[in-house]
Design a protein around this ligand. Structure first.
Ligand SMILES: Cc1cc2nc3c(=O)[nH]c(=O)nc-3n(C[C@H](O)[C@H](O)[C@H](O)COP(=O)(O)O)c2cc1C
Length: 335
């Protein structure tokens, strides 16, 4: 009987289990990946990073988006770090991938699924599905440039009802030598709406000689385990279901069934605030965290007045104070 706890091989790298954190733009930095690992994720993928920004030496890209923290490999079950790149130019991709390899990434993932018009307009993301020759050249360049195993994350199609992503996946394996495919069985046209076509994912799993990770609709531990069984995939990838909800990793792995207590949620929230401060310094962290707060407010069932106070607060100390005031009954005892 297959288990989500089983280790597996991806391009010669051992992944300690079959539950993966998805790439999440503007979110999936080192501490979000570290958080997922603390709760059991076997592999965590970075947010998408522009191959052009890397090639042209953008400092912020280097210092923030490409930061890999040693704790990521020590937390939970350990496991590798994959950096996701996007871009439509094979030579730029070759150079960016080579640079990422020098920073200590274990794997490189290439984004061929992003449906955002700003990205597709440049020929990157899901637009690559329409240009399979270029897609193959980009993936091959990343592999040759980095010397690392390369995976590609792609969708079923560009327009609703299509399935040209399957043919591209086959070509990426045969002609570009990619080590694995992450398949999001929705079209780019529907973005993140609707039920993913898990039968199509099962078909791809059966056909490809490399591991397939399935992404899409991963909410609720029972459903996620069902997708693993139904598709026969190598691993499942958690995305929106895990936002502000790292407990989902432990639940999917069967290590806990209970929902987090208010005390646990508050402790985790404060951990995130501390890590954001460590990452960006107090001023920028306060702004950055505005995206994170709503997930924890909702999970805690805290009042809207707390949400408003957090979004208004200019500094991270004001945010901590608002939080501790509103959540006093659950707050850790101050030493
Ligand atoms: C806020 C957000 C950011 C995302 N950023 C990326 C990204 O950088 N790269 C990528 O390949 N997919 C990205 N995705 C897609 C997710 O990785 C995942 O495939 C998608 O959300 C479907 O999974 P779900 O239905 O379980 O959320 C993003 C999705 C969301 C909601």
């Amino acid at each position: 009987m297959r288990s989500l706890h089983d280790s597996w091989e991806l391009g010669g790298i051992t992944i300690p289990n079959r539950v993966v954190l998805a790439p999440l733009a503007g979110i999936g930095n080192w501490f979000v990946r570290l958080q997922a690992k603390r709760y059991g994720a076997g592999l965590a993928v970075s947010e998408m990073v522009s191959s052009f920004a890397i090639h042209y030496g953008n400092q912020k890209t280097h210092d923030e988006l490409l930061r890999i923290d040693p704790r990521e490999r020590e937390a939970g079950v350990g496991g590798p770090v994959s950096i996701q790149l996007f871009g439509h130019d094979p030579e730029i991709m070759r150079s960016a991938a080579a640079h990422v390899a020098t920073l200590g990434a274990d794997l490189i993932d290439i984004n061929m699924g992003c449906p955002v018009p700003k990205v597709m307009k440049t020929g990157a993301g899901a637009a690559m599905i329409k240009d399979p020759d270029l897609a193959v050249a980009v993936a091959r360049a990343a592999r040759e440039g980095s010397g690392l195993p390369v995976t590609v994350k792609l969708r079923a199609s560009v327009k609703a009802g299509g399935m040209e992503g399957l043919e591209l996946a086959r070509r990426l394996v045969d002609e570009a030598g990619v080590a694995g495919i992450t398949f999001h069985p929705r079209s780019a046209a529907v973005r993140h709406k609707g039920v993913p076509d898990y039968d199509l994912a099962a078909e791809l799993v059966r056909e490809l000689p490399v591991p397939v990770i399935v992404s899409g609709g991963m909410a609720g531990a029972d459903h996620i385990r069902w997708v693993f069984e139904h598709t026969g995939c190598a691993a499942v990838m958690l995305a929106r279901g895990a936002l502000g909800n790292p407990w989902l990793f432990a639940q999917v792995l069967g290590e806990r069934t209970a929902e987090p207590t208010p005390e646990e949620i508050l402790e985790e929230w404060l951990w995130v605030i501390d890590r954001a401060e460590e990452h960006l310094g107090p001023d920028r962290a306060a702004r950055y965290l505005r995206k994170f707060h709503p997930w924890y407010v909702e999970r805690l069932g805290a009042p809207k007045s707390l949400q408003d106070a957090l979004q208004r607060a200019e500094t991270i100390s004001e945010q901590r104070a608002a939080l501790l005031l509103s959540c006093a009954p659950f707050a850790p005892v101050q030493a």
